[in-house]
Design a protein around this ligand. Structure first.
Ligand code: ADP
Length: 538
């Protein structure tokens, strides 16, 4: 028997329509060197119609790729709304990729148009002569350099057409956005999100069991819009009436602390390395005021316990940890403590990667594919499936990443009966010492609780006796000191004895990936090249 419900496709254009009418006066704030620009949802929506009309006149047709090479700002939001809704595909380019990778993904996606922030022109100029598919470059902001050849001025382009573009009827399974993985190993791979997957993912972000983004919220969007759809927040904002604060290039602790005090967000999204820097800057800022924040979503890498405690104890801010990846849109798990958890035990849930969000399914499997129990103890690789989880990569076969309709995440850890995931490592970062796994994630989290430690990364290095052993790389806080012996003693009280690293190195900073996570590949290479000053103890 069939139901009698109406059938309507889940299209991004209807997210725009909802936001521009129901939440017309809500605002998008963009932080600029001069101050803060503001525009209402209604204004941004009308400008997105003009942008779509202008792109159509330029020759952009259904399925064509329009790329963005931009900071988080209002114009980027306009492209997020216009490009998919006109039937084209928005390809968000990571501004921190190496030139070869950038050229590779532009060519692989066959981008025809790129919208670029003028401050990023020098980076795009490095690949301009290697990207033959790109017919037009539209520059947002003043372009006086001329290094990109002939360009189109974004503002005149948008204003060249009237508002009132008729959003077409599309299939909800049509491509809306594409984003490439950061290519930690090998070339980046493209993930193509549909209108339907973005809709469902946005809805999931509004539920109270995830981050509950709603009309009362104002979200400081630190996570870049070029990386996994800014964790979905751009569309969720129009769907839920959540205002957005776009920080552009002001991503260091000091300006963020000021932004929070001045623009008073209720929620903010970013990776742990940014939050660590925010806490550092806040400690030195007498006017730091986080009282507007109901919570922050930290994810993309393990969130150290001490960070969650500091936000709670010093600023009364809850940290929600989220887990996901480019392939999962990304939100798949959020660590909200279950009801009835005593206050003093909430932290034990917040340190977990997340609790599985309704709509996706997660399982843990052994290397041979056997499904393992959800007992919170048995360690295996996470596999995931659901309507916003990718079923393939764009234009390449990668059979090793999929098994019976499940995505193999490459993350290792445990799942408990309540759906809480604990990540102990990524397959490529595991430390296998004498046949047993040592969790680099747990060692790092524990090490960062030491008062003298600003950042700590632990990587596997070859060892004659044990095959692999952990190397602990430490960045000390300015003006603080600690010896490897002291740090090892600190760990000795908190982790198993056989986990304790013998090899220690103090560095000025931990190398970071293009999305701000610890770059362990670089650390391992530095160790192999003898570039690190390593002390061996114990
Ligand atoms: P990249 O592969 O460049 O890091 P992604 O953003 O897609 O790009 O990264 C996804 C990965 O980030 C996950 O597979 C996982 O290893 C890690 N990750 C994401 N969230 C968490 C978390 N809360 N705890 C630990 N690791 C996480």
């Amino acid at each position: 028997m069939k139901s009698t419900m109406q059938d309507a496709p889940l299209l991004i254009r209807d997210i725009i329509r909802h936001g521009e009418s129901i939440y017309a006066d809500k605002k998008i704030f963009t932080v600029t060197p001069q101050g803060v620009d503001e525009a209402t949802f209604f204004e941004v929506s009308k400008r997105s119609e003009r942008l779509a009309a202008a792109l159509r006149r330029l020759g952009v047709g259904p399925g064509d790729r329009v790329a963005t090479f931009m900071w988080n700002n209002q114009a980027h939001m306009e492209a997020y709304l216009a490009v998919p809704s006109m039937g084209a595909v928005l390809h968000t380019l990571n501004i921190r990729l190496f030139a070869e990778q950038l050229a590779f993904i532009i060519n692989h996606a066959e981008d025809q148009v790129i919208i670029v922030d003028s401050t990023l022109i020098p980076l795009l100029a490095k690949v301009r002569d290697q990207i033959p598919s790109v017919r037009h470059i539209i520059v947002h902001g003043p372009d006086e350099s001329g290094v990109l050849g002939e360009t189109i001025d974004y503002e005149s382009f948008v204003m060249s057409e009237p508002a009132g573009f008729e959003w077409p009827d599309l299939d909800e399974r049509d491509a809306a956005i594409m984003c490439y993985t950061s290519g930690t190993t090998g070339n980046p791979k493209g993930v193509v999100y549909s209108h339907r997957s973005m809709w469902l993912h946005s809805l999931a972000s509004t539920t109270a069991n995830s981050i509950a983004m709603c009309e009362k919220d104002r979200c400081l969007l630190i996570v870049p819009m070029f990386h996994v759809n800014a964790w979905g927040a751009a569309y969720t904002s129009f769907l839920a009436g959540t205002e957005l604060i776009m920080p552009q290039m002001f991503l260091q602790g000091e300006p963020i602390v000021k932004m929070i005090a001045q623009l008073r967000p209720t929620i903010s999204l970013g990776v742990p390395t940014i939050w660590n820097d925010v806490l550092r800057a806040a400690a030195d800022a007498p006017d730091a005021d986080f009282s507007s924040l109901r919570g922050i979503l930290a994810g993309g890498a393990a969130v150290p316990r001490v960070m969650i405690e500091t936000f709670r104890d010093r600023y009364d801010v809850d940290v929600f940890q989220g887990w996901g990846m480019t392939e999962t849109s990304p939100l798949a798990a959020v660590s909200i403590p279950p009801s009835g958890t005593p206050i003093d035990q909430e932290i034990d849930f917040r340190v977990k990667a997340g609790r599985v969000v309704a709509g996706v399914q997660v399982r843990v499997v052994a290397e041979d594919g056997t499904v393992l129990p959800n007992d919170g103890k048995t360690v295996g690789e996470f596999e995931i499936r659901g309507p916003w989880i990718t079923g393939a990569y764009f234009g390449v076969d990668d059979p090793d990443k999929f098994r019976d309709g499940w995505l193999r995440t490459g993350d290792i850890g445990t799942l408990d009966g309540l759906g809480f995931m604990v990540i102990s490592d990524r397959t490529k970062d595991v430390i296998k010492s004498g046949g047993e796994w040592i969790s680099s994630v747990e060692l790092e989290s524990t090490m960062m609780a030491h008062p003298a430690v600003f950042e700590a990364a632990v990587v596997a290095v070859p060892d004659d006796k044990w095959t692999e052993r952990p190397l602990c790389c430490v960045v000390l806080r300015p003006g603080m000191s600690a010896t490897p012996e002291e740090l090892r003693d600190f760990l000795a009280q908190r982790v198993a004895k056989w986990w304790l690293p013998e090899r220690w190195t103090f560095v000025e900073s931990i190398p970071k990936t293009s999305v701000g996570k610890f770059d362990k590949k670089v650390l391992r290479a530095q160790y192999a090249d003898g570039a690190l000053d390593v002390v061996v103890i114990g």
